[in-house]
Design a protein around this ligand. Structure first.
Ligand code: PEP
Ligand code: MN
Length: 367
């Protein structure tokens, strides 16, 4: 296991303030589109510009990026607006071209982070380069793989590193394009407290209507910045059209963000202490209720043992789950949350009943 050495991200002459905002189109399409988007973003106060030059697309035949011809457009963005520019790199060729054309930062995309060979190739090509490198989470929810990608980049001597949380791919359709699974970046922060974490609401949401909600959630969870796709004419974008916003709408959205204090420092202590006390008391009550529930479940275990009844009665289990979900919804609780809790309680009941049955009937069960 290597230790990650992290230096603060620096863009010469730019004061880094939370939240760091990075914005620009999903893809650089034409020189006009890049420059017009950049001019409007600069007017909106954005200082760091993103644009995909090489695009990893799910299916062949989709727009795969303009390639190296787009890099001089970014140079123009720098010269004209003073913004810092960044692109996604996935191969050593991308790295050499990007550096040659003076990009100020690069990021490793989600599909690349999932592949240690590709990350290593990018890391090797970055040796001796001192620019910020952002590493997106791999498409699959694997924190070690994400940390592994950060380590590979760091081992190549890159100290200005940061993570980008862009959500995780799932087979099930949900309101998000990529499931945020906030607990993963939260755990990343717990393990690497000095590593800046930027949220990518565009690829999490997949839809501009959800962007503000994801941005606010990221800020409420104290993440360090946002990378948001914007386009001068989003409906006509050649990639990710439904999730891009105009620079004008981006500014409106950012202006409405509520930035709460990252630490609870100067909240009136009494209120917080009182609320925490209430939580402690409720948790105690929950534990007492669980203790009582397990006592009854044990009694059922003894009954089943004496009457030679199997533990598993799946109809009863289905009924319980359905009933508890309905009751949870009636109380304004999320039914998925209720399912998780009751699955866990049920599992514990079964395990205790199996012990009571002398471990002979361990194939599963029901109270
Ligand atoms: C992108 O940022 O345009 C991109 C391709 O994102 P991701 O790697 O998160 O899919
Ligand atoms: Mn995109």
């Amino acid at each position: 296991m290597s230790k990650i050495v992290i230096n603060p991200i620096k863009f010469p002459g730019l004061e880094i303030k939370r939240p760091v905002i990075i914005s620009g189109p999903c893809s650089a399409e034409t020189e006009d589109q890049v420059l017009n988007t950049a001019r409007a973003l600069a007017a909106a106060g954005v200082k760091i510009f993103r644009a995909g030059i090489w695009k990893p697309r799910t299916r062949p035949g989709a727009f795969e990026g303009v390639g190296t011809v787009g890099l001089p457009w970014l140079k123009k963005v720098k010269e004209e607006t003073g913004m810092y520019v960044g692109v996604e790199v996935a191969t050593s060729h991308h790295v050499y071209e990007a550096i040659k054309h003076g990009v100020d930062m690069v990021w490793v995309g989600a599909r690349t982070s999932a592949n240690p060979f590709a990350v290593q190739e990018v890391a090797d090509a970055l040796k001796g380069v001192d620019i910020p490198v952002f590493v997106k989470n791999p498409v699959n929810p694997d924190l070690d793989l994400w940390i592994g990608a950060l380590e590979r980049i760091n081992n190549a001597g890159i100290k200005q590193i940061a993570a980008i949380h862009r959500g995780f791919s799932t087979y099930d359709k949900s309101e998000f394009r990529n499931d945020p699974q906030w607990q993963i970046p939260i755990e990343l922060h717990r393990r690497l407290p000095d590593l800046p974490i930027i949220t990518d609401p565009s690829h999490i949401a997949g839809n501009r209507n959800l962007l503000a909600f994801v941005c606010q959630e990221a800020m409420d969870l104290s993440f360090d910045g946002l990378i948001i796709e914007s386009h001068i004419n989003p409906e006509k974008a050649w990639s990710d059209a439904s999730q891009q916003v105009t620079p004008h709408d981006l500014k409106l959205m950012l202006d409405k963000l509520v930035l709460r204090k990252p630490k609870i420092g100067n909240k009136p202590r009494n209120t917080l202490d009182e609320l925490r006390k209430e939580i402690d008391e409720l948790d105690n009550k929950l534990l007492d209720v669980l203790k009582e529930r397990m006592r009854i479940s044990d009694a059922i275990g003894h009954y089943k043992r004496e009457n030679n009844v199997t533990i598993l009665q799946s109809r009863r289990y289905d009924e319980i789950m359905k009933d508890r979900c309905t009751r949870a919804s009636e109380r304004g609780l999320d039914s998925e949350f209720a399912t998780k809790i009751f699955e866990s309680i049920h599992e514990e009941s079964i395990s205790r009943q199996s012990d009571i049955m002398n471990k002979e009937l361990k194939e599963g069960g029901q109270d």
